[in-house]
Design a protein around this ligand. Structure first.
Ligand SMILES: [Zn+2]
Length: 96
């Protein structure tokens, strides 16, 4: 099966649904092992990525179910969750 549209979809680490990655926040682990929120908004930061919907609900799920830990197969610093919470909040502030 070939579908360019699907290729751009990513699975949310919170709700588990797949959505176009441009509608999601990307968390990236650099080759050095540092985990950050991808600030480029277009997935250009190199490294392994995990995605989450821009919703507080998905963020909470990802945190509770350790979705990011699973995606990265390792620990995710509290700092990253704090940044992620702020990023989600920022997106929602922009919408309203
Ligand atoms: Zn989600």
């Amino acid at each position: 099966m070939r579908s360019n549209k699907q290729a751009a979809d990513r699975k949310c680490s919170g709700c588990g649904e797949t959505k176009p990655k441009r509608e999601m926040i990307r968390v990236v682990r650099s080759p050095e092992g540092e985990i950050t929120i991808d600030p480029t908004l277009n997935g250009k930061t190199p490294g392994r990525g995990a995605y989450i919907c821009r919703s507080a609900e998905c963020f909470e799920k990802a945190q509770k179910q350790k979705g990011l830990q699973r995606a990265f197969k390792g620990a995710v610093p509290d700092e990253v969750y704090r940044e992620l919470a702020e990023a989600v909040k920022r997106f929602n502030d922009d919408i309203s």
